[in-house]
Design a protein around this ligand. Structure first.
Ligand code: NDP
Length: 493
């Protein structure tokens, strides 16, 4: 008998379970600089503000680099660079010429996908298997998709003359830094606009790597400008002389931006929060539904605007589904985002961790029943166990507010009508999921739910050709597909 077989016998005899060996992704592909400037007019420049901040790895709390903080003067310079590039170069290029640049970004992103994925996981905390298999491929796909439209705008909007709007100020959050950059830049560039992009304070690094890539792709200077900083930088960008503002982030900040742009003539799209219902009917294939529920709420640590954070279960299958779900939670591996086995990585920031902890404490105080699997969390960094709440009623704060963490609030229903009523009982309207074997029921539900996206027997599926966006406090405007081009175009007869 071989050594391995003997060892296996001993382990099994002792009744223990095999552990996964660590499988960390190597980081030597990265060439991180100690400090980064602002990307303005095709060059990295020192901030006029003279200010810098440190960006860290949320899984270790170790610093990664010093980042320039753009003040109002820096923002104005970036907008000027974008204006000049728009008026003198980009607007007048043919669609086919613009497409070449956008394709080039897409191809280079694919070629350097591993480097971007590693950096995304280090700076943001998301598991490498997600940044590698979801964020980066989708980001490249968006550039490919919109490059294809650049020279076909007259077919996209027949009988209209489509002209670019001008300079777009684009503000993105920390949960999908590269993907959100792609969602914003790709349609804007394809339509002939120039851009000033502000990534989130906690996740600036992949946007800065994208700036390097854009330099290498030889885009005319000023077509894309990337300015780093915190909320004040974003607010200054909204106030600056841009023609359009595109924002993804919290509903509170979205409301502030709407007030700031009202009456200015600036075009605006807002992609804000959500509190999606993931609805499981008694006839659903339960094992598949469990996987969909897990993906719906634990993907990217639950830092997902369209996360299925409210699970609605039809009463006859409640016990069975919860048992299966609890069993599945015990198999989720929480830890090092760079480990290829990791399912749940680090919470993006201490501030976000505090918010999750506070809302979970409220859930317990309000009388919901909490379940968390046993798991050992790393000593340093920001972590939160996957969490289920049962006994939740619609008035509980954990059923109403966006927690933006790995926390699922579970409610029950008896009839499809009750499911629709509960699903729509939220100020948000971004997404929803339905699990049932009946096609007619899927259509019946989808017609009645006020949600921008309704997934059927799946969840969190994205495609560049498919529009995404919300109703009510989830914002307005669509990203993706033809719909995603429209906010970047002036259409005239
Ligand atoms: P924010 O809405 O504050 O951040 C989103 C982006 O807006 C960031 O780039 C941020 O900069 C910037 N920003 C902040 N304040 C302003 C302002 N006054 N004017 C213009 N831009 C501004 O989200 P948070 O990071 O604070 O997260 C808070 C909560 O928001 C989360 O707990 C979650 O519930 C929700 N959220 C929802 C997201 C979604 O996709 N729907 C995404 C992120 C958060 P900076 O990062 O530098 O502060």
């Amino acid at each position: 008998m071989s050594e391995i077989e003997r060892a296996g016998d001993d382990t099994l005899a002792a009744g223990s379970v095999w552990e996964y060996a660590p499988a960390p992704e190597a980081t030597d592909i990265l060439r991180l600089q100690d400090s980064y400037g602002l990307f303005v007019g095709g060059e990295f420049v020192e901030p006029k503000s003279g200010k810098r901040f440190t960006t860290i790895n949320p899984a270790t709390e170790e610093p990664l680099a010093e980042i320039a903080e753009a003040g109002p003067e820096d923002v104005a310079l970036a907008v000027e660079a974008a204006r000049s590039a728009h008026d003198h170069v980009w607007r007048d290029l043919s669609g086919a010429e613009r497409a070449k640049y956008v394709y080039r970004i897409a191809r280079q992103l694919q070629e350097r996908a591993r480097e971007f994925a590693v950096l995304e996981s280090m700076n943001g905390g998301k598991p490498i298997k997600e940044s590698r298999d979801v964020d980066l491929p989708l980001a490249a796909a968006h550039f490919f998709y919109y490059a294809g439209w650049a020279d076909k705008l007259e077919y996209a909007f027949p009988n209209w003359t489509a002209r670019p709007i001008g300079v777009a100020g684009q503000i993105i959050p920390w949960n999908f830094p590269m993907l959100m950059a792609a969602w914003k830049l790709a349609p804007a560039l394809a339509a002939g606009n120039t851009c000033v992009l502000k990534p989130a304070e906690t996740t600036p690094l992949t946007a800065l790597l994208l700036a390097e890539l854009i330099q290498e792709a030889d885009l005319p200077p000023g077509v894309v400008n990337i300015i780093t900083g915190a909320g004040e930088t974003g607010a200054a960008l909204v106030e600056a002389a841009v023609d359009k503002v595109a924002f993804t982030g919290s509903t509170d900040v979205g409301k502030r931006i709407r007030r700031a742009t009202a009456g200015t003539g600036k075009r605006l799209t807002l992609e804000l929060g959500g509190k999606a219902a993931n609805i499981v009917f008694e006839d659903a294939p339960l094992d598949q539904a469990v996987e969909g529920v897990v993906n719906g709420i634990f993907f990217n640590q639950g830092h997902v605007c369209c996360a299925g954070s409210r699970l609605l279960v039809q009463e006859p299958v409640f016990e069975e589904l919860i048992d299966k779900l609890k069993g599945r939670l015990q198999t989720l591996r929480v830890g090092d985002p760079l480990d290829k086995n990791t399912d749940i990585g680090a919470i993006n920031s201490r501030q976000q961790l505090t918010k999750i902890e506070e809302l979970v404490a409220v859930g317990v105080e309000e009388g919901a029943e909490i379940y968390q699997p046993e798991c050992v969390l790393p000593e340093r960094g920001f972590w939160f166990r996957p969490t289920l709440f049962t006994g939740v009623s619609q008035s509980h704060r954990i059923a109403r507010e966006e927690i933006f963490g790995p926390v699922l609030s579970i409610l029950t229903f008896r009839t499809p009508e009750e499911a629709v009523e509960k699903a729509n009982n939220t100020p948000y309207g971004l997404s929803a999921g339905v699990w049932t074997e009946k096609g007619s029921r899927i259509l019946w539900m989808a017609e009645r739910m006020r949600a921008g996206v309704v997934w059927a027997n799946t969840f969190n599926r994205f495609d560049p050709s498919s529009p995404f966006g919300g109703y009510k406090e989830s914002g307005f405007g669509r990203e993706g597909g033809l719909h995603g081009l429209e906010p970047y175009l002036e259409l005239a007869r």
